[in-house]
Ligand binder design. Structure first.
Ligand code: ASP
Ligand code: MG
Length: 404
């Protein structure tokens, strides 16, 4: 049985003309593959609109009721799509997350999928239906409907593909794949044909917003290939897989940026810098503040970055922990830029090259952190675009030109 999971994002089903186009793609797929499961998001900005309405009533809604309301967005999409497919002569059936057997835990608004009972889906498929499943929702053990966190329809699609042992999952959106850099910032952005799960995870966690991170983790765990494709494009899209064959060569895939960070630099005359760092980190951990980058104290200096939403609380907690003689500098206008690719760690000259490129352009670097496949650094927010463009040109565009 050739079974395919296709997922369509909110912008692909935001009006009837678009839904008709989506229906055509589904019918084509049904004819070539026989068995098709379709996962859909709420139309357009529906989820944001629902959240706005609720926040006009209260900032602390009952999360159980909020989830019930949020789930209606996806239910509009599945029913409309199913009505349309049936009117076109196909047999289709719409299932909510609970009807599709998607079971989750009790974390309202951010539920984790614990199990999928595929009986209902399989029966409907065997009867010849195109099965259309509402993304982003599950059933908990109290019989309540829950939602899976923002972007959760990607997760529904990949989790279904993993449970049904489907070879791959197609995720359609209004962009035709994953790009080497945000095309809104750099018009020379290159669409990537293939990237690894790890690169995709680094991209998602450093600012790229194409796929929900949790869905990529599941894809990696169960080895499900994901094709990120454009609903309105004929391009083959980007394959996200572990089959990227890069041997040992350096291959930089993308540059990402994240403006949602603030940096704190701390100077202290306290001789016990090590003890101080541990006190600070414990305090921030107790307050659930996630420290993103951190630099070890040299000459009693500690630098760290946190999310913008945690800025005020971090400032207060640092003041509480530190002596009056300590000096705290907060830099709110910074950007974290990341260079992502396979084999970065083993390339001895890359870090120096990046420094030189930025230095030549008078771009100052405030902090650096590296992993196996990522180099991140902090620059002034006003330097963001220039830094991205310089790095993209020298590290990605120039390499593409050589290949051609
Ligand atoms: N409608 C939900 C959201 O906007 C889920 C999704 O689109 O994946 O986050
Ligand atoms: Mg999405």
């Amino acid at each position: 049985m050739a079974l395919v999971v296709m997922k369509f994002g909110g912008s692909s089903v935001s009006d009837l003309t678009k839904i008709r186009h989506v229906a055509e793609l589904i019918i084509k797929k049904k004819h070539s593959h026989n068995k098709v499961i379709v996962v859909v998001s709420a139309p357009g900005d529906k989820t944001d609109e629902i959240l706005d309405i609720v926040h006009n009533i209260t900032s602390t809604p009952s999360l159980r009721e909020l989830d019930m309301l949020l789930s209606t967005g996806e239910i509009i999409s599945i029913s409309l799509l199913s009505i349309l497919l049936n009117s076109l002569g196909e047999t289709a059936v719409a299932l909510t997350g609970p009807q599709a057997g998607i079971i989750g835990n009790n974390e309202y608004t951010n539920a984790k999928i614990t199990q999928i009972n595929t009986n209902n889906i399989m029966t409907k498929l065997k009867q010849g239906n195109i099965v259309i499943v509402a993304g982003f929702q599950a059933l908990n053990n109290l019989g309540d409907i829950t939602t899976l966190g923002r972007g959760g329809s990607d997760l529904t699609a990949v989790a279904l593909a993993a449970t049904l042992k489907v070879d791959y999952c197609e995720i359609y959106s209004d962009v035709d794949g994953i790009y080497s850099v945000d095309p809104r910032i750099n018009q020379n952005a290159i669409k990537l044909n293939i990237i690894s799960y790890d690169e995709m995870l680094e991209m998602a966690s450093t600012g790229a917003q194409v796929l929900q991170t949790r869905s990529v983790l599941i894809a990696k765990k169960f080895n499900i290939d994901i094709y990120s494709k454009g609903t309105f494009s004929n391009d083959c899209g980007t394959l996200i897989t572990d089959r990227r064959n890069y041997m040992e060569s350096l291959s930089i895939s993308s540059i990402t940026s994240d403006k949602d960070k603030v940096q704190f630099s701390i100077t202290s005359s306290d001789n016990n810098a090590f003890g101080l760092v541990s006190k600070i980190l414990n305090k921030l951990a107790q307050c659930n503040i996630n420290v993103d980058m951190i630099e070890q104290p040299i000459n009693n200096i500690l630098a760290l970055t946190v999310s913008k939403k945690d800025m005020n609380q971090t400032n207060t907690e640092l003041k509480n922990v530190l002596h009056k003689t300590s000096n705290i500098i907060c830099r709110p206008c910074i950007t974290k830029i990341s260079v992502i690719g396979i084999g970065l760690r083993n390339n001895t000259t890359l870090l120096a090259d990046i420094f030189n490129m930025l230095h030549k352009n008078n771009i100052e670097i405030f902090m650096i952190s590296t992993s196996e496949i990522r180099i991140s650094f902090i620059v002034k927010e006003s330097d963001t675009e220039q830094a991205i463009n310089v790095l993209h040109k020298n590290l990605i565009e120039s390499k593409m030109k050589i290949k051609h």
